[in-house]
Design a protein around this ligand. Structure first.
Ligand code: ADP
Length: 606
């Protein structure tokens, strides 16, 4: 099935790794770095300046020694010292300049990647999310986006600062003593061979580390979101045990990473020691045996010691890059994968007149071979209320999801006022449909903003009018901050009924011709339910309304009742007709009546 295959391709890409490190770097440079080439060029020049200053000071040191030991000239020493001060000042200024420029570019790239990833997430459909944990995206957003930035920064500083410094210092070394320079290069080949071997292991470790970190975030997020359940069922220990495993894994990976990635250190130091010892012996021999000027020797050694750090960093470059590239890959995988719900705003807008809603021969399944709706035909007449009832799992919520195009039908069509909905833009459909679901989501914002999300740009009068019609105005005004009361996470706690009424106000302000309600009153006590029912009365008046109900008495007056079972409509009619017919609806209704009379209200809800 097309939904399924689209999704499974993504994880396969992670492990198959179709693009290697070189390809990835090329892409990052071309797609993300190139836009900033002017600023990079300035930073590069500044790095060149700083590298030149470093090499210059190494060279001058030799001259100073010669002035002291060979020429014995005080004025020469003073002049050269002055030049050295100037060189260091230039180096300082240039380093400052390039660091600021590079950080600013990095921040811009980071911000743009975060925006890109979020924009992509907004273009994914519900199937995409049902297959993933939300903390995975947080990990990709935070670690992935900063990894891209670090890859580019590392490349530029390595090429600019380290490589240029190395070249400058090598020139000084070769100028001072070509033979001695050659001696210090013999250690390079074994060092590079060794590093190549390390890189492969680093790549695997970085991948495991990332996955482990995501697992930790998952468990933390789940435990906090479900903190009530965790406490009520004393699951603290279970959750702790779950996270301990992930934490221990990441700790072990990180330790391994530390060992492997620093494994180059001891060898490099030893090779460096060998190189400098050979140079010292050769140079010392020259000064003693052939009376060579000491300045050359000092200058060479200085250049060598200064070159040592950048050379080590360059040798490690591949190791560090490969660690970071994993993060970059995690980000690009999401950004690259085809959007599961790409914008279709180029399609004509849905034009709703009277608002007749139909399902024509619609089949749908979430997973292959598990049909949820089977060739369903359904008509919701304009301006009337159509109720969907039936046992749980029958497919009622799925009908609403298809009407909102949260999923696309496998067969048949959703038709509104004779227009096939999938031929019109998704935005135009959703803008003209108001949906109030079972769990009301309030955003971290004020009550006013939460209502205004129904229609961006709503005026204060419209917001208050909607709140009044939703019977929310009075309780909102009873808060000290009124409409400015913060709700959502960390906000004022609202009761279920209050949240529902805010959601209804949000739907009211939309002035949509089609209303979809999903068990909006299922979780309420009778007092709240009365208010919510009246608010819903305002919302649904003269609009095409499709409502899912568990409590049948809430839809007794619906214009039409459809009983849905196993993805099929098994009965249709008005309350009285269906009761008289004595079929499925009648038995449901009697069962519920009996439950409501005999059993506590709590159990009747369940
Ligand atoms: P109802 O609203 O009548 O209780 P639903 O439309 O929610 O029924 O569900 C119909 C069937 O589809 C159920 O068997 C349910 O398990 C399945 N289902 C619902 N949502 C999903 C989903 N996101 N992924 C897979 N299966 C789902």
């Amino acid at each position: 099935m097309q939904r399924g295959t689209g999704m499974t391709q993504v994880p396969r890409k992670i492990t198959d790794d179709p693009y290697g490190a070189a390809e990835l770097i090329k892409r990052l440079v071309a797609e993300q770095g190139l836009a900033y080439w002017r600023r990079y060029a300035v930073a590069f020049c500044l790095m060149g300046l700083s590298a030149g200053a470093t090499a210059g000071s190494a060279y001058l040191l030799g001259q100073v020694i010669n002035q002291a030991y060979v020429n014995r000239s005080i004025s020469g020493i003073v002049t050269l010292s002055g030049v050295i001060i100037a060189l260091f000042t230039i180096k300082g200024a240039a380093t400052y300049g390039q660091a600021v420029i590079l950080s600013r570019i990095s921040n811009a790239i980071l911000a743009s990647n975060q925006r890109k990833l979020f924009a992509k997430l907004m273009r994914e459909n519900l199937t995409f999310y049902s297959e993933r944990h939300s903390s995975e995206f947080l990990a990709r957003l935070s670690a992935g986006a900063s990894a891209v930035t670090q890859v580019l920064a590392l490349l530029v500083t390595s090429l600019g600062r380290d490589f240029l410094s190395l070249i400058g210092l090598l020139v000084v070394m070769v100028v001072q003593d070509p033979m001695m320079s050659l001696l210090s290069f013999v250690v390079a080949p074994p060092a590079f061979l060794f590093i190549r071997k390390l890189v492969k292991r680093i790549r695997h470790l970085a991948h495991d580390q990332f996955t482990g970190t995501t697992n930790i975030m998952e468990t933390v997020q789940e435990s906090l979101q479900g903190i009530r359940t965790v406490k009520a069922f004393t699951l603290e220990e279970v959750m702790q045990a779950r996270i301990n495993k992930s934490i221990a894994d990441v700790e072990a990976y990180s330790n391994k990473m530390a060992r492997v990635s620093n494994r180059s250190g001891p060898l490099m130091e030893m090779l460096g020691g060998i190189a400098i010892a050979s140079a010292l012996m050769y140079g010392g021999y020259r000064v003693i045996a052939t009376n060579a000027a000491p300045g050359q020797f000092v200058s060479f050694i200085t250049a060598f010691l200064l070159a040592y750090e950048p050379a080590k960093r360059l040798a490690r470059l591949n190791i560090d890059l490969n660690g970071l590239l994993i993060g970059a890959r995690k980000l690009l995988e999401i950004v690259d994968s085809p959007a599961s719900e790409p914008s279709d705003d180029d399609k004509p807008a849905l034009r709703i007149g009277e608002g007749r809603v139909e399902l024509r021969d619609v089949s749908f399944s979430y997973r292959e071979d598990e049909p949820v709706l089977k060739r369903m035909n359904l008509v919701a007449e304009p301006g009337q209320t159509t109720a969907l009832v039936g046992p749980s799992g029958g497919g009622k919520s799925t009908v609403l999801a298809l009407l909102l195009r949260l999923y696309e039908v496998d067969r048949g069509a959703v038709v509104i006022d004779n227009q096939i909905v999938s031929d019109c833009s998704r935005t135009s459909l959703r803008q003209q449909t108001a949906y109030v679901g079972q769990d009301v989501y309030l955003f971290r914002a004020t009550v006013r903003d939460n209502i205004a999300f129904g229609r961006i740009g709503a005026t204060e009068e419209e917001i208050v009018a909607a709140a009044k019609a939703a019977f929310a105005h009075d309780f909102i005004m009873s808060f000290p901050q009124g409409y400015d009361t913060p709700v959502g996470e960390h906000g004022t706690q609202l009761s279920g009924g209050q949240r529902q009424r805010i959601a209804i106000a949000r739907a009211l302000i939309k002035k949509a011709p089609i209303i979809l309600l999903d068990e909006a009153t299922a979780a309420l006590d009778s007092e709240s339910e009365k208010y919510v029912q009246e608010a819903l009365g305002h919302l649904c008046r003269d609009r095409t309304t499709i409502v899912i109900a568990h409590r049948l008495h809430t839809i007794m007056h619906a214009d039409r009742i459809l009983v849905i079972e196993n993805g099929e409509i098994v009965e249709t009619g008005q309350h009285d007709e269906l009761l008289r017919a004595g079929g499925r609806y009648a038995s449901f209704f009697r069962l519920q009546q009996r439950e409501e009379h005999n059993v506590t209200p709590l159990a009747a809800n369940a």
